[in-house]
Design a protein around this ligand. Structure first.
Ligand code: UDX
Length: 488
């Protein structure tokens, strides 16, 4: 309509400050949203920690391109950790605490420049879009009286499960009794009564006391979302409508704007860029694997990646490898430099016997251009840790999944993939070469066709949701209106 195309008058232009949690999984969706907001003419200040900014800048050209826009800028603040700390994302609690206790002042200065005037002549920050797992971003903005919207990188299903955990403690479902049967159904999470088993609850429910920090942080995620003026989530109605309606009972103004990585040139008025911000990485992408895929038959390759945080024991790594080899299928496997627990973090992570045995049938890379891989016709299924970004990427490329969740939201995500959306199988808590090989063969040859059909249908629904008139498209425009209302 004409309404959405009207240029914004200069004196009313809102200025959005965005602050993601400084790890791989949180940067691309928030940067993509920032790009979209910039496309519709808003000023965007994007806050990174010095460390994460250096790494993302080094490995992703998208940041430099965005920075050339006149109304887009990055600002960095220290995270308070020692220079030589490798900051593995698995230590996100340490990163969170350091930011909260040591970076408050630097962040506050970005919100309220002391000189009284913005160095670039921009208007003052009209609202903050804060990562849901970064309480600091919300707390300080509230202190200085700036509007706050909360952004959640994960899905509605895990968000709702997180929200219900205190209630599970209250009714005695948690903590689990000793020798608990993990297959028992948990009937007290509204909307998940029939299919959620104990083992599908977030991993920390198994052995963490309700007083522990992670438990408190995840509680903050949902309480902060409810406290903010609006909640933004990277999912879409056709995938998660029932869960979104539960989320809206807690956060009445919820904008479901996902899958963000699929918003392209034509989606949003005045969008000048295509999906160039999709390739935003903390590691160097190894693009040779695309040429390797080019030589393979359609749907003949298993793509394996456990995301950016998960770590495997050496035994687990070997069981996966042997299972992949035993499956008889071709495989492309991402073995991150820090994938193996206790490894040196260097490339020697890959035992030589694996490298040798792989040459026949596989390709191992340190980091892949994942979206391009999933879009490649040679890929037949995705053995994944069920991180939310990976799940959405697999869905939008119509690739069925084999799920081997590692922690937090991934247990819930994988249950939805298998039991609700029926676009993959859940191998959680199982490890061993034979189960790996068997599951791969089942998904590549047996059940695979049916799973693929459902996944392709969901991919189509995702595509429609971000196109003009789609649910995520409409929610994005509503979000823009909401932000503009702060300047009236
Ligand atoms: C975790 C959670 O599981 C996720 O749900 C949460 O919101 C963020 O933290 P992570 O381990 O980072 O996530 O997994 P995922 O959410 O799947 O994100 C990984 C990202 O890295 C994906 O966007 C994926 O495309 C990218 N990736 C991964 C690559 O680009 N190349 C690789 O080789 C591996």
């Amino acid at each position: 309509s004409g309404e959405e195309q009207r240029p914004i008058e200069e004196e009313m232009t809102p200025h959005v400050l965005m602050f993601p949690f400084p790890i791989q999984g949180h940067m691309p969706p928030m940067l993509k949203l920032a790009e979209l907001l910039s496309n519709v003419g808003l000023y965007v200040t994007f806050v990174n920690t010095e460390y994460s900014h250096r790494r993302f800048m080094h490995h992703s050209s998208a940041l430099a391109r965005l920075e050339q826009r006149p109304c887009f800028r990055f600002r960095t603040i220290p995270d308070g950790l020692p220079e030589d700390d490798p900051r593995p994302a698995l230590h996100f609690m340490v990163i969170e605490e350091s930011l909260r206790t040591r970076s408050r002042e630097s962040y506050r200065e970005l919100l309220t420049p002391t000189i009284g005037q913005d160095p670039d002549g921009w208007p003052p920050v009209s609202c903050v879009i804060a990562d849901a797992v970064l309480p600091l971003a919300l707390d300080v903005a509230e202190e200085v009286g700036i509007h706050v919207l909360i952004f959640r990188t994960g899905g509605a299903c895990s968000f709702w499960a997180f929200h219900c955990i205190p209630e599970l403690v209250k009714v005695g479902v948690l903590p689990f009794p000793e020798d608990a049967n993990l297959d028992e159904i948990v009937s007290s999470v509204p909307g998940m009564e029939g299919f959620l088993r104990r083992r599908d609850l977030p991993s920390f429910c198994r052995d963490v006391k309700s007083s522990d920090n992670i438990f408190r942080l995840l509680k903050t995620v949902t309480t902060n979302a409810a406290r903010a003026e609006a909640f933004i989530i990277n999912t879409f109605e056709s995938l998660e409508a029932p869960m979104l309606s539960h989320v809206r009972s807690l956060c009445p103004i919820t904008y479901a704007v996902g899958p963000l990585h699929t918003f392209v040139k034509t989606s949003i008025p005045q969008n000048e860029l295509d999906s160039s911000t999709n390739s935003v990485n903390m590691w160097e992408e190894d693009c040779d694997c695309i040429r390797w895929l080019d030589m393979k038959l359609d749907k003949s390759v298993v793509y394996v990646s456990f995301g950016s945080i998960a770590v495997l024991s050496r035994e687990e790594l070997m069981e996966f490898w042997q299972g992949l080899v035993d499956s008889g299928k071709q495989f492309l496997w991402v073995v991150r430099p820090d994938l193996v627990a206790g490894g040196s973090g260097e490339k020697d992570t890959i035992p030589e016997d694996i490298e040798e045995g792989t040459r026949q049938r596989g390709c191992i890379v340190g980091w892949a251009p994942q979206d391009e891989v999933l879009a490649h016709p040679a890929v037949g299924c995705f053995l994944t840790h069920s991180g939310w970004n990976s799940t959405l990427e697999s869905v939008t490329r119509g690739v069925p999944m084999i799920c081997w969740p590692f922690f937090t939201d991934q247990q819930v995500n994988s249950r939805f993939v298998s039991a609700v959306w029926k676009i993959g199988v859940d191998m959680k808590d199982k490890i061993g070469r034979s189960i790996v090989a068997e599951t791969i063969n089942n998904v590549m040859d047996g059940e695979g066709e049916e799973l693929r059909r459902s996944t392709v249908e969901m991919a189509e629904a995702a595509r429609i949701s971000v196109e003009k008139g789609g649910s995520s498209y409409i929610d994005f425009l509503k979000l823009v209106q909401h932000i503009k209302s702060f300047c009236r």
